[in-house]
Design a protein around this ligand. Structure first.
Ligand SMILES: Cc1ncc(COP(=O)(O)O)c(C=O)c1O
Length: 376
């Protein structure tokens, strides 16, 4: 007999009142949704679905990762508690020392750990909107207030003066994202330095570093109030294995590593990240293919007069709607088996974020777009 999933029951009142007030009615992260659910919803088989909604590497992991994980590995033993071997390999990759690196279950976990170190009730973090939504959601989890400083609506650049004007005794952290998700632009070094000079803790999220080659990590030697976050989910094709890391001054890294659960990164994740670093030539060849496709896609998308396409330094492209709405276009593409991410920026029409896929996937997207005529 089929098991019916029980419908969620409300938390009994006396238990509800024990939950932290800020978390009682909070809306959780709404990601892209599982490909299985989306395939079912739009009536496609999974292998016909073109998944351009989560900024993954469409070429997958390095063959060395796949080969390593087929071997009999000691899965009955705990992994290295502080990802020691991986931290040494990362130190060489980043140009830092192993004491400066903290590894997490995806950079999502490193965001959480870093926030937990600096933020809590009575403190605030500055987000530079539009940007990656996890900063806001993670701040809510640790009980900190979020102060939003909007980016320039035409270029999505950050105005350092506005950030500095928003600082106050409660603000402990400012989060930059370079290239920024979803708008794809790099942060300016001058702006980041101006904010660093104020002494507030600055995070630069470099989840898409390998697609642009520009990093703020060397500034950590001069500014101990800087932390740089990276991930293996994008360039290395390991989104499903959950490995990310942060680079900090040794003093800050010690505090963050001290909060971390001891075995936060699985054995499979640690080994896969090590093999990815050892095979970075191969992985960078997939990155180069994506960059070439990004430039082609940018040119092709720019032909659609209902889109305003933004240049991108990442593995995705943001396009604002000039006609119709992002909801309408996202739905119409999904009905053709193509998944992109819908945003409400800029109002009222919003925009879509398109992950750069393989050439044949990008072709399907372009064909599907050419069949659309968004209307107001
Ligand atoms: C800017 C940014 N930071 C962090 C992440 C999270 O990556 P991870 O898979 O390492 O948790 C993402 C994922 O989309 C991202 O876009």
């Amino acid at each position: 007999m089929r098991q019916l999933r029980p419908s969620p029951r409300p938390v009994p009142g006396h238990v509800f009142r024990l939950i932290r007030p800020g978390l009682r009615n909070r809306r959780p992260y709404m990601g892209a949704g599982s490909p299985e659910a989306l395939a079912r919803k739009y009536g496609f088989s999974l292998d016909r679905l073109v998944k351009l909604d989560s900024n993954e590497n469409p070429y997958g992991p390095s063959p060395r990762v796949l080969e390593t994980l087929t071997r009999p590995l000691p899965y009955h033993r705990y992994p290295e508690p502080d990802s020691e071997t991986l931290r040494h390999a990362l130190a060489e990759y980043v140009g830092a020392s192993p004491e400066q690196i903290v590894v997490g279950a995806g950079s999502d976990e490193v965001i959480l750990l870093t926030f937990a170190a600096f933020l809590g009730p009575g403190t605030a973090v500055i987000e530079l909107a539009p940007t990656f939504v996890m900063y806001r959601l993670t701040a809510e989890v640790v009980g900190a207030r979020v102060i939003t400083v909007p980016r320039d609506p035409a270029t999505y650049e950050v105005d350092a003066e506005k950030v500095i004007a928003a600082l106050g005794p409660r603000v402990k952290v400012v989060v930059f994202c370079s290239p920024n998700n979803p708008t794809g632009n790099l942060e300016s070094e001058r702006t980041v330095r101006q904010v660093l000079e104020t002494g507030v803790f600055v995070i630069v999220d470099e989840a898409y570093y390998e697609y642009c080659g520009h990093t703020f990590a060397p500034l950590i030697a001069r500014y101990p109030n800087l932390g740089v976050l990276r991930t293996f989910s994008k360039w290395a094709g390991l989104a499903g294995l959950r490995v990310g890391y942060g680079v900090f001054s040794p003093e800050v890294a010690r505090v963050i590593a001290g909060i971390k659960p001891p075995f936060n990164v699985s054995l499979a994740g640690q080994l896969a990240a090590l093999e990815s670093l050892a095979d970075r030539e191969y992985l960078m060849s997939t990155v180069r293919k994506t960059i070439a496709e990004r430039e082609r896609l940018f040119r092709e998308l720019s032909r659609f007069e209902f889109l305003r396409v933004l240049p991108s330094a990442a593995n995705f492209i943001y396009a604002e709607l000039r006609r119709g709405s992002s909801r309408q276009v996202t739905e119409a593409l999904a009905r053709q088996g193509i998944l992109v991410r819908q945003f409400d920026i800029p109002p009222p029409r919003g925009g879509i974020r398109i992950t750069v896929g393989r050439p044949e996937e990008n072709e399907r997207l372009l064909e599907a777009l050419s069949r659309l005529e968004p209307e107001d």
